[in-house]
Design a protein. Structure first.
Length: 118
């Protein structure tokens, strides 16, 4: 059974930092793109960042560019999201997602809550 499990969320003051982690189990995603999405209360889920299979290509939403960094560690079957200079508008449930055989995004985690206080 394939699972993606996020961790690292929490409550932080504006300007602070958090590092989210996502660990995969059940199969390897070392050949697939992975991504982070988020969903704020009352809003649709939105793209945050994506990383290709070897970490050589990354892409970010304009709203997080320069503040967030996505990385991955394939031997550990993990993807990370370093979030710096957090703003209250970053408050959301953050989801890890994985592509499979080029299909984006077939697998999703359960989400981790990030709350940024002003």
């Amino acid at each position: 059974q394939v699972q993606l499990v996020e961790s690292g969320g929490g409550l932080v003051q504006a300007g602070g930092s958090l590092r989210l982690s996502c660990v995969a189990s059940g199969r390897t995603f070392s050949s697939d793109a992975m991504a982070w999405f988020r969903q704020a209360p009352g809003k649709e889920r939105e793209f945050v960042a994506t990383i290709n299979w070897n970490g050589g290509i990354t892409r970010y939403a304009d709203s997080v560019k320069g503040r967030f960094t996505i990385t991955r560690d394939n031997p550990k079957m993990s993807v990370y999201l370093q979030m710096n200079s957090l703003k209250p508008e970053d408050t959301a449930v953050y989801y890890c997602a994985a592509a499979f055989n080029g299909i984006k995004y077939l697998y999703w985690g359960q989400g981790t809550q990030v709350t940024v206080s002003s």
